[in-house]
Ligand binder design. Structure first.
Ligand code: HEC
Length: 483
């Protein structure tokens, strides 16, 4: 056990107050609860003296090696900081540090630990020439379709062709490994900021009815003549490379549209085994809206394939609630797929700084944003002191540091037998393809399959059993290879 020669409480407390005041400089009001928090500075001034400049360990233990003597979940790390371990030389900070700063520190420790882990064991960055190893299967990566711009979604048709959307508003048919000219006449799309053309999904009975569903940022003019936008869903058919027979499946009331561009449109759509249609709308940057059942943003919705509201939706007949809502308390869900084996609906969503979530979605449940989250604000301030609450759904797992998940596939192919029924998550900021193995609804294994090939917007199991991943300028596929 490490014993420190000085009684740490007085000097640390004094240094801490100085640091807490120092970090709030640059703001008009000194040290208001929500003044930006310079977490690196706070750590440098208060923790680094004992834990080392990069918290890799000195007189105090390493805080970035993923081993925790007193428990490594957010609550236990916070408790270590709050109450200290005075017998071992760790002073308590609960008296001198507001709870919100303790939340910030936990997230910042995880960010540093995440960086350290990538440094210790760099994940594979595959290229076309070599075989890449992973825990269960070796693979080659090959280009399936070249010359695309920010492809967002890939869908396979029963006739061997496939469809791809690009963020800038184009839908293309892929045939024989070549993407055709944009399908003419698709809906006008807002493409500013995070807006764009999102998911493309064929009807489960596409072979008979030809319906194709599109989710997109729908630009409209409001009463003042300003262009506003909101996530919308249409279906249509493609005839002679032209969008035809369009029908609106979901369009929110115009008053819920917001300034064009901006953030958090969601934009995924999926069908369950019974043929119900689910789609996600992000909270559009309006955090509190996610808890307001009278508003469509920050929700996952459920409809019949033609847009009618199913009579057994959880909020049908409830005053002040939109009947299309299936679940709420979502920030920005950009992964939404049904596990073909269990029939369970899975979604992941972008957290703020930390706290990206994987959730099993169930009728009427509240997934907590922004009341509880494992993330914090980008400026280091806490959004809430709560990571969980009994009446809110906790994520099945969360990612801190954030990976910015976009795209989810539950692998159903035969070519990678050991990957069967695993979740694959693609991501924007972290540029990672991750594999998750779940058992009884819990994540029991997680692996970065590759990292560093650019922002990934979708991953999809092909009918050929290969795993398709959208890179910023192409569709690639993972092909099994001998090591
Ligand atoms: C005066 C020295 C000192 C300072 C300052 C200090 N720590 Fe510690 N810390 C320790 C020691 C020593 C331990 C190990 C205690 C033990 O093993 O009983 C420890 C343990 C911890 C643990 C538990 C680690 C585990 O394995 O479970 C956490 C978390 C932690 N410190 C975070 C912090 C943070 C965050 C700061 C800055 C706000 C900080 N510490 C400041 C000395 C310090």
């Amino acid at each position: 056990m490490i014993r420190l020669r000085f009684s740490p409480l007085v000097p640390v407390g004094a240094r801490l107050l100085a640091a807490a005041t120092a970090v709030s400089t640059g703001c008009a009001a000194a040290d208001t609860p929500d003044a930006p928090r310079n977490l690196p500075k706070l750590v440098a001034e208060v923790c680094a003296g004992c834990h080392g400049p990069k918290l890799e360990g000195a007189a105090g233990p390493s805080l970035v090696d993923d081993t925790w003597k007193f428990g490594g979940d957010d609550a236990r790390i916070a408790e270590s900081i709050r109450r200290g371990h005075p017998a071992g030389g760790m002073p308590p900070f609960g008296g001198s540090l507001p709870e919100k700063d303790i939340r910030g520190l936990v997230v910042y420790l995880r960010e540093l630990a995440g960086k350290a882990a990538l440094h210790r064991t760099p994940p594979p960055r595959p290229n076309a020439e070599t075989v890449t190893a992973s825990r269960l299967h070796a693979y080659r990566i090959e280009t399936a379709v070249a010359d695309l711009q920010e492809p967002w979604s890939l869908a396979f048709l029963p006739d061997g062709r496939s469809l791809v959307t690009e963020k800038r508003g184009t839908l293309r048919i892929i045939s024989g490994g070549v993407a055709g000219a944009p399908v003419a006449g698709t809906p006008e799309v807002d493409t500013d900021g995070q807006a764009g053309l999102f998911d493309v999904v064929p009807h489960p009975d596409y072979a008979r009815n030809g319906w194709i569903y599109l989710v997109f940022a729908d630009p409209q003019k409001n009463a003042e003549g300003r262009t506003v936008a909101m996530t919308a869903v249409v279906r249509g058919r493609i005839q002679d490379n032209t969008w035809a027979d369009q029908a609106v499946i979901y369009r929110a009331p115009l008053e819920t549209y917001r300034r064009a561009g901006g953030v958090h449109f969601g934009g995924r759509l999926t069908f369950d085994r019974a043929g119900f249609l689910f789609f996600s709308i992000g909270e559009r940057g309006q955090q509190a809206d996610a808890q307001n059942l009278a508003l469509p943003n920050g929700k996952i919705h459920r409809l019949h394939d033609d847009g009618r509201v199913p009579a057994d939706n959880p909020f049908v007949g409830k005053t002040g609630a939109l009947p299309s809502i299936w679940s709420y308390g979502h920030r920005n869900p950009q992964g939404l797929r049904v596990d073909p084996a269990s029939g369970w609906l899975w979604a992941h969503e972008h957290g703020p700084r930390g706290g990206d979530e994987l959730n099993r979605i169930q009728a009427g449940r509240n997934y907590g944003w922004p009341v509880a989250t494992f993330g914090i604000n980008y400026d280091g301030t806490a959004i809430t002191e709560l990571t969980t609450r009994a009446d809110l759904e906790s994520p099945v797992t969360f990612w801190t540091p954030s990976i910015a998940p976009c795209g989810l596939s539950i692998y159903t192919g035969e070519r990678f037998p050991k990957w069967k029924n695993n979740h694959f998550v693609s991501s924007l900021a972290a540029e990672e393809l991750r594999r998750l193995k779940l058992k009884d609804g819990k994540v029991v294994e997680q692996e970065i399959i590759f990292k560093g090939l650019g922002r990934l917007r979708d991953v999809s199991t092909g009918p050929d059993g290969l795993l398709y991943v959208l890179l910023p300028d192409r569709v690639t596929r993972l092909v099994p290879a001998a090591r």
